[in-house]
Design a protein around this ligand. Sequence first.
Ligand code: GAL
Length: 642
Amino acid sequence: MKLGCCFYPEHWPEDMWAGDARRMADMGLSLVRIGEFAWSRLEPEPGQYDWDWLDRAIVTLGDAGLQVILGTPTATPPKWLVDQMPDMVAVDADGKPRKFGSRRHYCFSHRGYREECRRIVNAMAKRYGDNPAVTAWQTDNEYGCHETTVSYSDAAAEAFRVWLAQKYSNVDALNKAWGNVFWSMEYRDFSEIEPPNLTVTEPNPSHVLDYRRFASDEVRSFNQLQVDILREHAPGRDIIHNFMGFVTDFDHHDVGADIDIASWDSYPLGFLEQYWFGVEEKNAYARQGHPDIAAFHHDLYRGCCKDGRWAVMEQQPGPVNWARWNPIPLPGMVKLWTLEAAAHGAEFCSYFRWRQAPFAQEQMHAGLYRPDNVIAPGGEEAAQAAKDLAALGLSDHSDQAPVALVFSYEADWLFQTQPQGHDFRYIELAFEMYSALRQLGLNVDIVSPEADLSGYKMVVVPSLPILTAELVAKIAGLDVPVLFGPRSGSKTADLQIPPELPPGPLQDVLPVKIARVASMRPDMPGNPSRWSEEVEASLGGDAMLEDPQATVFKRNNISYLSAWPTADLLETVFRNMGEDADLTLKAMPPGLRIRQHEGHIFAFNYGSLDCDLQQAFPALQEDQMLVGSVNLQAAGTAVWKV
Ligand code: GAL
């Protein structure tokens, strides 16, 4: 795995560049990403390009032996461009245009803006496409970040109508699919249809789900426009996009299919603080990040591109600026996160950013260097990680894991559209199942519902509301233990209740029928499950696992979980499945996670206390340790050969 950093030559006097480049190389970095926000410097006036500074920056970095990942600057259209076409900005659900003054202020559907993107990307690709120092390209920056996937602009409305006409051919088919007879919502023509915002009460959920699908397709075609140009003018260069953590607003499997490397931006402390985790977990892992956040995304994005190519484009190097609270990582965490990326088979891990900026929005965000150009603790740890990686000498290949967890972006949109219980969060359910598998010491691949599942020894489907008979047959035919989570098979593709009731076609292999469902407030006495289902079962003697809150129904290799599970229930279910599948299971002490990779075991101590690895690996001896020691300190990493 290579190491790199994100660098902004336009932020610093030119006489610093050569020294920066030399110190990057000395630190053990071999990649540098530049350019992704530099539009106002590349084209200060409409049509007047200024490439000279970027030419010199690329030469300076290349001369130091660094490979450049060049970003297209389309996440930050300059002021003159927004003034030229004020309707290019995205419009939020309240109908308010999103203003200039930060970034990502464009609507994916604006055809005029797409033309401007075509122009600037074309100009850049022609100039640097065959530059030997530029070995890869990043398209835009973090599609969807700052809630920018779904826009309610006029441009989006117009594109949505075209999308609908293509999907339904005639408006009667749409009326039927959406059930528009309800509340007199029938349309006479596609031209009458608006985006589903600003309605008096809840809009039609089928309308909303189609809008989410449309918005996702818009991201894909926006990206494809750039990919086509780069393929033409930058042959042989990898095309990469940097995805975000816990952002599910567009289908990353779709965008991943069009690029070469799915990279993501890893900020474990910020993500722990900003997302659904409880106070206890936030406190326990405030300075480490939840032990499964980074790993979950590594495994998710490894499943997004062909050949499993993935990387970390931005790695948190110290405190960030954008979460509600921004602690300093425990000493050791920057190195731990780096080696964890290697343990999951990343091609590279690049830190954000080289030097902390003393100005503008991110002046409180750490870099590998401080603003006074003194190395920061994160920089010291990056140098240490580079040495460890060089000594380990691993390739970036990742073997197929024994367990597949099936992840669907569409499922996430569907449950956001119709949660039925305030806290029915698909991503959280998927994360909890992933975490429970990892607590048993298992390697996990997170894959799309379309993925080839052959070769897996166990399959976990946290929930798949839209199930086809073909998909059920494909999964059931695997003949390995499979678990379907609650609400699987609960909707048709049009977001209607299936005629045979949930779990729809799953009933072909497991005769259960969901008669009613209940969602409950989390603070109700007696700790009810946030989601539970009344099941009519006619299994006739097949195994069942009863828990006070949920029942697991099982026939042959297929199980169905009829509630939001507790951690204990998940442990039991996965242990049973793992034993049926002959997997080696190891209960992890709190905060410890392992991953097997290329004949090595990596252990990561996310706990705040030392951890004796012999608890889980009784035969392990100190002289086997390639990195770390048997008594693994808090925030420590250990590696040994299997
Ligand atoms: C990322 C983004 C970077 C920077 C970073 C700060 O989401 O891609 O440009 O803003 O966050 O943590």
